[in-house]
Design a protein around this ligand. Sequence first.
Ligand SMILES: Nc1ncnc2c1ncn2[C@@H]1O[C@H](COP(=O)(O)OP(=O)(O)OP(=O)(O)O)[C@@H](O)[C@H]1O
Length: 265
Amino acid sequence: MPLPSDENNPEARAGSAALSIRGLAKRFGEKIAVNGVTLEVPQGSFYGLVGPNGAGKTTTLSMATGLLRPDFGQALVHGVDVWARPLEAKKLMGILPDGVRLFDRLTGEQLVTYAGLLRGMDRETVAERTGDLLRAFDLTNDAGTLVVDYSAGMTKKIALASALIHAPKLLVLDEPFESVDPVSAANIRDILANYVQSGGSVIVSSHVMDLVQRMCDHVAVIAAGTVLAAGTVDEVRGDATLEDRFVELVGGRNTSDGLSWLRTS
Ligand SMILES: Nc1ncnc2c1ncn2[C@@H]1O[C@H](COP(=O)(O)OP(=O)(O)OP(=O)(O)O)[C@@H](O)[C@H]1O
């Protein structure tokens, strides 16, 4: 039997992309949350995913990472189909899901250690990397605190540390900067920038346009489950700021006219 050519072998064609999302769709009852989203995250890119509340970002990323089964479409991580070969695909990924639910009766140190052991890593490497990660995220002093007692920002950071311990090739981060203080956010940006520089790929959802414009090299704007624009940040924003371009694409600026009762004088 002849070997399949790249043309009719989607996994081979996706080889150059860190993440290839093809026609993903999801409906919840009557609500179409994601309506055929197609995106290519090139290897070594820092890819921003932006869109208004309810645009379908979390639903798309959940389907792309094996957390939520799509109605239609496909997601390939470095050519590996996430839903056909989940174990293989998940080895390549580090995931920070939305509204992280962690084993929060563990201490921060135990949680990161547990993440490493779950990935099949040896204890010595896990201990070494856990120490490095706690330091990098400025959590060393809280290493022995139960995660349930962490603040929202600390919880984000420990979840991100847990997602990094196995040195994944692709990081999928849903709003990693939410609740994180500016100094910690700058540290996280440095960690991610170094990660990308050393060959890793990141896709990150965010509402902070300024941050995406400065941090990312690629961006996709999605609204109502559909991709409105995608490409390099410069291609998408043109001569405008990303924020202005976003508002132009998405529209929907509301005035507060209907809230006249809110005036106090
Ligand atoms: N489990 C669910 N059941 C029903 N509807 C859902 C569910 N999850 C998401 N939705 C709906 O799908 C749409 C997309 O939601 P999603 O969370 O993907 O948006 P988002 O872009 O991540 O929004 P945000 O920026 O507010 O986090 C929304 O209308 C939401 O109400």
